[in-house]
Design a protein around this ligand. Sequence first.
Ligand code: K7E
Ligand code: CUA
Length: 603
Amino acid sequence: MAWSLSACTGGTTTSQAPGGGTAPAAPDAHASNKTHVPPGKHDDYYGFWSGGQSGEVRILGVPSMRELKRIPVFNRDSATGWGQTDFSKALLKGRTMGDTHHVHLSYTDGTYDGRYAYVNDKATARLARIRLETMETDKIVDIPNSQGTHGIFPQRHKTGLVLCNSEFRTPMPNDGRDMDDPKKYAAMHTAIDGETMEVKWQCMVDGNLDLCATDYTGDYSFACCYNSEGGVTLEEMMGADQDWVWCFNLKAIQAAVDAGKTMTVGTSKAPVVDARGGDNEFVVRVPVPKSPHGVNISPDGKYAVMCGKLSPTVTVVEISRLADVFAGKIKVADAVVAQPEVGLGPLHTAFDGRGNAYTSIFLDSVMTKWNIDKAIRAYKGEQVDPIVAKLDVHYQVGHTNASMSETKEADGKWLVALCKFSKDRFLPVGLLHPENDQLIDISDDKLDLIHDGPTAPEPHDAVIVRKDLIKTIKVQDRKDDRFKMYEEWAAKDGVKLMDDNKVIRDGKKVRVYMISQAPKFGLTEVRVKSGDEVQFIVTNRDSVEDLAHGLCVTQHDVNFLINPQDTQSATFTAGEPGVYWYYCTWFCHAMHLEMRGRLIVEA
Ligand code: K7E
Ligand code: CUA
């Protein structure tokens, strides 16, 4: 995102571009008191940050901006063994990286229900789910006929569908046909069941699909199309002055699916509704200038707000007018009720629940606060300025979000500007600088920049969630599907996971069932043969909060975390004959260093 914009509009980039300009004054001392959360006190909000090309999701406390946790999702994580444990390997299918952009939580009645977080992988067209009680990834689903899965959004009236956009158009199916005929490429708007994580249907369109949003009633979903030209080069994609936002009629699509008016594409069995050539009963295209990016829904559920990216405007659609558009009673363009000018390079919009919107302006490096009502009146011809305030941010802001902004309970306290560059704001750390997540107090009329939060590359989006909506558990409740897998193995081998320490030999395969309880592993010696396929299945019998153990097998590239009352397992090949200590990697006890044993590998 950042690079394409600065490259294609280099001439208009101001002195705030990386490498030029001067550092504005630091936030004043009194302001930083607002972010200060004293020792022993908790933040008021959880922030869920995507981790971009790190493939992970991060949890921050807001307003302190302290990083609380990194949740491995599509990445390989040495500390927890994610990407190495048998369960995570099965989810990842051998892939080791991902590109997360958009993390959103499951909803009931227009606000967060504390059950799940969903996050996209743009790199391999996947959707992952994190169970919020454990803050661990529990499902990953491949999205068929899709490349560049970018915008995702769950429905907001209940934990229903999660809509996922293919940003990249491809041949359908992508099996070697039509490769040199981009006119035939298409993209999928995919609906995944937020409970079962199964693909329910796909809606095929012929333009691209960037950011995604759902309404509050379950009737519509939205997707910005920045490449209505169907171009395959930068110049081609920027050709048109007007692109559009897709408005999908979810009930019409569901009716077609129920009636079997679908096809399949390629090897996937998912029903595909063909909506190419829209406007039609499934999708209408409301014109938006030019190469629009973000689409956000106001917390009252009334408006969809699209950011122009290469147009200095945002376009506001009144959602209640879409019924008349689909019925053919009004023209698509008549769904537009406002189009205020907000600055150069608008990308994303957040809301305060008091009728104001906050749009991130990439090229100008500002946040623009504007009033939705005034923008609508101005569009009707009234002499009124919708712009309320502008604030310089540092530098080149991408995504933005505000506390509870994506819910009907938007509370207008905090705004984050996820700046793509920090330039000179922090001690230099080599070639690649941290990004800068700036915290802005929006509780009164002015925008008050009060904190710079350096972050590792590269968060694309964040949601800020009231802490009372998230309830985590203290020890593993063994409710996730993966426990069925361990229980099945144990039953076959006649082992009780919580009680037994047993080595089962099965040809060249050796299964080691072992208990951990501070400061001991249940087995201090395990004998195998060089070349054996060894599986350690470790159950942590400790039931004290935070009393975790890790199992590292030296010289074998194996380490994984076992939380209290959890079971985890990993499989590896025993190396050359010799003695290899295995040891606990999480500080668990005064005798933590002694918590170890020998893997004796015989010839
Ligand atoms: Cu604008 Cu994926 Cu939020 Cu990047 S997207 S900025
Ligand atoms: Cu168990 Cu350290």
